[in-house]
Design a binder for this molecule. Sequence first.
Ligand code: SAH
Length: 391
Amino acid sequence: MAKRGKVWLKPGREKKIRNAYPWVQKGEIRQVADVEDGGLVTLLSVDNDPLGIATYNSQARFPVRVLTREKEEIDAEFFRRRFTEAWSRREGLRAAGHTGIRALYSEADFVPGLILDIFDGHGVVQVRSLGMEKLREHWIAPMVDVFGLTSLLEKSDMAGRAEEGLDSRVEALHGNPPDSAQIVENGLHFIAPIREGLKTGHYCDQRLARARLRDKVKRGDRLLDCFSYTGGFALHAAAAGAQVLAVDILPLALETATQNARLNTLTMDTLEANAFEYLEALPEDSEPFDWIILDPPAISKTKETRDSLKWAVWKLVYHALPHLKPGGSLLVCTCSYQMGVTETLETCRLAAGDRGCVLLLDDITLQDVDHPAPISFPEALYLKGLWLRKV
Ligand code: SAH
């Protein structure tokens, strides 16, 4: 095995690592020795105190990502322990009968760079760092074993890989991964289009919010689900007796949404459209909705582009409000760490003010528990939903 390099931090920078923050920026590094991109390093304070073991990549935005603060070997046993702990944190979800689960969520499960979703026993893994790529011989076998996977597909086709110097890679790592899998979420059946769908195929993070929606919706309510993907929200509302319209720009999403409705003997109208244009062009006298769901994609991941995300959310809320009945509700979701609850609320407040509307904050939902949010790592908390009722 290659010799482990060393990275010394600048004075004072060790505190955040001791407080369990997992990332080091370029400017926080004082000195390096024997490092190699994608290799393991021992992280040290300026006084030579060991702080942990990390992966290193000089090309990445965060060159150092901490794997452990303990003295331990980074081998198959290490990954077996990490995976076992992560799986037991999800015991509640598994016991509740959900069969689509995010089993590993990178830093938030203490395996930086590794994401695993499991759909009815079929794993879909995404590798987001060169360090994890190089450790693959250690993690593949324990992953299949601990999570009891029937098949494992690597679907590392995310934009973020280029930054780490990695190509896109989609290949079977175990068994015969199917094109799609059928899962149960909150008692409803969903097809997760693993190969052709977005990301790993299904967004498990909104499970809790979807269940909340089903609880709140009343029979006969009219609901518009913008950015519906495979109809996660729309289907839960239909199950509560609502009349639903799912809007998305991606044909495969809507085809799957229609199949999902059929699978549950429910009905759903779909419309292939750009949701921004659709909302803006809705005639003023069209029949208003009791519910409008706005769950746009991240749009911005960095501080630099945060304003474009705010602007997008403002536009959506501004154009949605006239089509909401008095007493009707808007669910506004943002899935970027850069836009927290406060920023999202502020944006909604501006749009409501510009429309002369008053909105009541009824509820706030967050990503479900299979996307853990250690408070030592604020970036892990990315998804929030504000439930706003029009007075
Ligand atoms: N609400 C979904 C997840 C949304 S993911 C769920 O519960 O599963 C974001 C979705 O927005 C994707 O399906 C993507 O195809 C869609 N999308 C992206 N840009 C869009 C646009 N301009 N108009 C409509 N849909 C868009």
